[in-house]
Design a protein around this ligand. Structure first.
Ligand code: ATP
Ligand code: MG
Length: 272
């Protein structure tokens, strides 16, 4: 099972939106996908309209009150299941994060999930490169990083690459950086284009994925309705095609890295 950690140094860049819509696109492409969230905010479960926080999830698994098998939630797509964060009282977030990052805790969840026959697990991380994100990457096979197309975002590029490099050198030699995915891209805003051009010109080809997620009001509407974009209309809107493309890019990359382990181990040059 591939484990893709969706992580970014900055908050509010589209991690949860991408996790949700990418999960659905992967499932539509025939990949048995498990969507998980390690973010105590529980935005993923909320965005899916899963009966608020009444449903048990990772928090209950960590306390031993539930098993992983019992907390897996099926969706309308037989290829997509969800393991939400569960009931985390806003006053006990630190305790939840301590339990989740305890040595072996994430490993145990992954072991339990491995028997369920998923091809790929997506982890929606909380904002930042703190201990939860670090642990997620230590246990992942791949990292995907959404990047908002704005000038300040360039500063965060080096930080996640450095973290992945450090984890690869110490705890998890297998983890691969899949790439940055430009999110909330607005072609009418010159700064957006500048950022994209800087990324494309300064990095080796492929560090920034080809699929771009545009800024679109539909995402706001979708999150209000608690539904991924493609479920909002009978006929899939063009936006959902972006996620199909992203899903394809990612599956291609995962398969390529599997077949031919990277010979070139030189770190990706940092921008800042
Ligand atoms: N492409 C987009 N176009 C317009 N709005 C978007 C887009 N992607 C996300 N949003 C909106 O931006 C806000 C932040 O997105 P999201 O929650 O996905 O980010 P996040 O990285 O998961 O945030 P956090 O770091 O807090 O977990 C949400 O209100 C979401 O609906
Ligand atoms: Mg989020």
């Amino acid at each position: 099972m591939h484990v893709v950690s969706i992580s970014s140094q900055k908050g509010g860049v589209g991690k949860t939106t991408i996790a949700l819509n990418l999960g659905l696109a992967l499932a539509r492409a025939g990949t048995r996908t498990l969507l998980t969230e390690f973010d105590a905010q529980g935005s993923l479960g909320l965005s899916l309209g899963l009966a608020d926080r009444a449903r048990a999830g990772i928090a209950e698994v960590l306390t031993g009150a539930e098993t992983v098998q019992k907390t897996l939630q099926r969706t309308r797509d037989p290829n997509l299941a969800v393991l939400s964060v569960g009931r985390v009282d806003p006053t006990t977030v630190a305790g939840f994060e301590d339990a989740l990052t305890r040595q072996g805790a994430i490993q145990q969840i992954l072991e339990a999930v491995k028997n369920e026959g998923y091809d790929l697990m997506l982890i929606d991380c909380p904002a930042g490169l703190g201990k939860v994100t670090t642990r997620a990457i230590e246990n992942a096979t791949h990292v995907l990083s959404p990047l908002q197309a704005e000038p300040l975002a360039l500063r965060s590029v080096g930080q996640i690459l450095a973290l992945v490099d450090r984890i690869r050198a110490t705890k998890n030699p297998k983890v691969e950086f899949l790439g940055f995915v430009l999110s909330m891209f607005d072609r009418k805003v010159p700064a957006s284009l500048d950022v994209a051009e800087t990324l494309w010109s300064k990095f080796p080809p492929g560090v920034v994925l080809d699929a771009i997620i545009p800024r679109d009001e539909a995402f706001l509407e979708a999150s209000l309705r608690g539904a991924p974009i493609s479920l909002m209309q009978k006929k899939p809107p063009p936006l959902s095609r972006r996620f199909d493309q992203l899903a394809n890019d990612i599956l291609d990359r995962i398969n390529t890295t599997e077949k031919a382990p990277a010979e070139d181990d030189t770190p990706i040059p940092l921008l800042v």
